[in-house]
Design a protein around this ligand. Structure first.
Ligand code: FAD
Length: 297
């Protein structure tokens, strides 16, 4: 704990110790982080990064919607960018938004200004930064289509700007250097018609009908392997409704695991293993995880 205090020393922001991660994940699962900080601004974040490196304390940044945090929690300092919430509109459909801006808010902002290009993100929760790291998307598009530059604070506290090429977007992954994304420039396009709003409305409607949004979850658990979607393979393997403890393969959408109340990370992991093994046995396809598993058992 001494190392953690020295990493946090003089850093402006809201700090909490032994904070249960279940309060910050969409799965409502996860043991405590040694410390959780919401840094005040970029300067505070830079100081934290420098001091954490010096004190050899791991730093992990979250939005919380694509994560399974193990029951033993996260060693070190967890960062949330709740105070990095500014959006700026520039000429020609260019937006700059800070990393902690929620994707639903960003989409709403774009729609209000008649800027098209983000409709694909309708219903994707989490932060802009998390969406960039995951190259989040849907069949309508992905972050790669709109992100032009990314602003990052490195573990040594330097500021870096990366072009979209340097981010290395691929299907639900990127090849970013170590660091924390603090903001990004997005290129959208002016469209005064009501098309974008209609697309978003339809996408949200579709999600409501096909995804188990009433129960805690972390979105799709597995990546689509190419060919049949992961959800279809899981359903075909007869796993809809399969349960370990309070973790259940959603009867509505087989690529979602839902927390029916008191699921632990252990339950979810056991269910993930069962799904992976059964699908492999029955279809020959090895599923890859989309959800990120972090923390200690
Ligand atoms: C109901 C529901 C529906 C969903 N639908 C979709 C969908 O349609 N398409 C889709 O792609 N995803 C979907 N997801 C998954 C998830 O919302 C996305 O992956 C999202 O982009 C993750 O953002 P986050 O801020 O929550 O990041 P997290 O899940 O917290 O983090 C993801 C990764 O990014 C890293 N990270 C986060 N912030 C930063 C930062 N500032 N700097 C550097 N690294 C960072 C984390 O350390 C982690 O490695 C869904 C999830 C839910 C719960």
């Amino acid at each position: 704990m001494r190392e953690i205090r020295s990493a946090l020393s003089g850093v402006q922001g809201t700090v909490r110790f032994h904070e249960p991660m279940s309060q910050y994940t969409s799965f409502r699962i996860g043991g405590p982080a040694d410390a959780l900080i919401e840094p005040e601004d970029e300067e505070a974040l830079r100081l934290l990064m420098v001091q954490a490196r010096k004190a050899k304390v791991p730093v992990f940044v979250i939005g919380g919607t694509n994560l399974l945090v193990r029951d033993g929690g996260i060693r070190g300092i967890v960062v949330r960018l709740t105070k990095f919430d500014r959006i700026e509109e520039h000429e020609g459909g260019l937006l700059y938004a800070q990393g902690g801006v929620g994707m639903p808010r960003l989409l709403k902002y774009a729609l209000q200004r008649k800027l098209a290009g983000l409709e694909f993100a309708a219903g994707i929760p989490g932060t802009l930064a998390g969406a960039i790291v995951m190259n989040a998307g849907t069949r309508l598009g992905e972050m790669k289509d709109v992100v032009r530059r990314v602003r990052l604070v490195t573990p040594s506290g330097e500021r870096r700007e990366l072009s979209a090429d340097e981010v290395g977007f691929e299907y639900r992954r990127t090849f970013l250097p170590d660091g924390i994304i603090v903001g990004a420039w997005l290129q959208l396009r002016w469209d005064p018609t009501a098309r974008s709003e209609a697309t978003v409305k339809e996408a949200l409607h579709r999600r409501k009908a096909t995804q188990p949004l009433a129960l805690p979850n972390a979105g799709c658990v597995f990546k689509n392997p190419g060919g049949e979607p992961a959800g279809w393979l899981i359903e075909a393997a007869g796993l809809k409704g399969a349960q370990v403890g309070d973790a259940q393969v959603s009867p509505l959408h087989a690529n979602f695991i839902v927390n029916r109340g008191r699921a632990t990370a252990r339950d979810v992991l056991a269910l993930i293993r069962k799904v992976g093994q059964t699908v492999e046995e029955k279809t020959g396809v090895t599923l890859q995880l989309e959800v990120k598993i972090v923390g200690r058992a």
